[in-house]
Design a protein around this ligand. Structure first.
Ligand SMILES: Cc1cc2nc3c(=O)[nH]c(=O)nc-3n(C[C@H](O)[C@H](O)[C@H](O)COP(=O)(O)O)c2cc1C
Length: 362
């Protein structure tokens, strides 16, 4: 397994969904960053299940700082953060230990780890693991604040309902005001209905998220193998249920002409900028100073209440499965803060590699 990410700002995620805790160790954070538990808790709370859309697992998700923070400042030592798992009910998982859920990682994990993997609640493959990404992201965001980088994410599609394009102010204002984390409040209402319909039918829905980083310094990215796109995509694909990532015009670039897709250069306020941003802020794997814009597709939640065909891996015979228990009908809203976090963690690492964040914050 590989549970660490980053070269200078390194995060190591640990814990399982129904184990004792989930946690993260962050190494490489400079000393002197003003930080306390509440700063991290605020970010983690954004990922908690809200309303009827999500799992009924009622976790308090209280962040505990085990090391690396003293007198409300980082010490320069590894920061270890964890959340104890309290509301655990593994009974359903025990019953269907050998019946892999279609669409989930039960089958591949069982085969790869010879059945020794912690299967309860999906173990390391549970959405709960993304709480560890958000704790690391909270610190990365604080570091990026120092150089004026802002990271945003919002829901742009759920169950086929697409949000209208909104400006940055509306995104900033609206995302935390509705459980869908969507800047288009009308579309959010429709999305809610689609989710409720899927629930009533024992089904689930997927969707898409847009992630952005503003004020990103020019020059982040280490071609040819550690390109900014490459590492951002790797970070985003660590989020379970992500099935596609595109930057700027992305897959639509395939059908465009160069004259449409190129971003013409111009000079504004003495700075070189581009008139459009089809590149999504990255050229040659290096940030070009324009906003970084990416989109990602999230599949419908694999665990559904409907009867599905599967196999009994122990008896090697056909079986059917209805997944009971506590599951998100739509993963998308809960993944929004996770996307922000993984963008922040990646940018923080590259910013340090470019020498733009000092070793001691004074
Ligand atoms: C925030 C979040 C919550 C999730 N909640 C669930 C869930 O309740 N039920 C479920 O089956 N999958 C859930 N998932 C998705 C699974 O973890 C994921 O589909 C599975 O590990 C297989 O990985 P893959 O889809 O990337 O192939 C969630 C993912 C995230 C990011």
């Amino acid at each position: 397994m590989e549970n660490s990410f980053g070269k200078l700002f390194t995060i190591t995620s640990f814990g399982e969904s129904h184990g004792r805790c989930v946690g993260v160790t962050i190494d490489g954070c400079p000393a002197g960053l003003p930080l306390n538990e509440e700063d991290i808790q605020r970010e983690v709370d954004k990922r908690r299940p809200t309303s009827s859309l999500a799992t009924t697992r009622a976790e308090e998700e209280k962040v505990e700082v085990l090391s690396g923070i003293l007198d409300r400042h980082t010490t320069g030592a590894p920061i270890c953060l964890l959340i104890w798992n309290k509301d655990i009910d593994s009974s359903e998982y025990e019953k269907r230990r050998f019946l892999p859920r279609p669409g989930h990682a039960d089958y591949t994990a069982f085969m790869k780890y010879g059945g020794f993997n912690d299967f309860r609640g999906g173990g390391r493959f549970s959405g709960r693991i993304t709480a560890t990404f958000v704790m690391a992201g909270a610190i990365a965001k604080r570091l990026l604040d120092l150089i004026g980088v802002e990271v945003l994410a919002h829901t742009i599609e759920i169950g086929g309902i697409k949000a209208k394009t909104k400006g940055l102010d509306e995104i900033r204002q609206n995302v935390e005001t509705n459980p869908l984390k969507c800047a288009d409040l009308e579309a959010a209402q429709e999305m809610l209905q689609v989710i409720e319909k899927a629930r009533a039918e024992g089904d689930s829905v997927g969707g898409a998220i847009e992630g952005m980083a503003l004020n990103v310094p020019l020059g982040l990215g280490e071609p040819v193998f550690d390109t900014l796109e490459g590492d951002l995509a790797k970070a985003i694909f660590a989020i379970p249920a992500v099935k596609g990532v595109e930057f700027g015009s992305g897959f639509s670039a395939a059908g465009k002409r160069g004259s449409e897709n190129n971003d013409p250069f111009t000079i504004k306020d003495g700075k070189i900028v581009t008139l459009t941003n089809n590149a999504g802020g990255i050229l040659g794997g290096i940030s070009n100073g324009m906003p970084i814009v990416l989109k990602l597709a999230i599949k419908p939640t694999p665990s559904i209440a409907r009867s599905q065909e599967t196999v009994d891996m122990e008896k090697m015979q056909s079986a059917s499965l209805e997944v009971k228990g506590r599951h998100d009908i739509c993963i998308v809203p809960r993944a929004v803060p996770v996307v922000e976090s993984m963008i922040a963690v990646t940018l923080c690492d590259f910013t340090m590699r470019a020498g733009l964040i000092p070793e001691i914050i004074k």
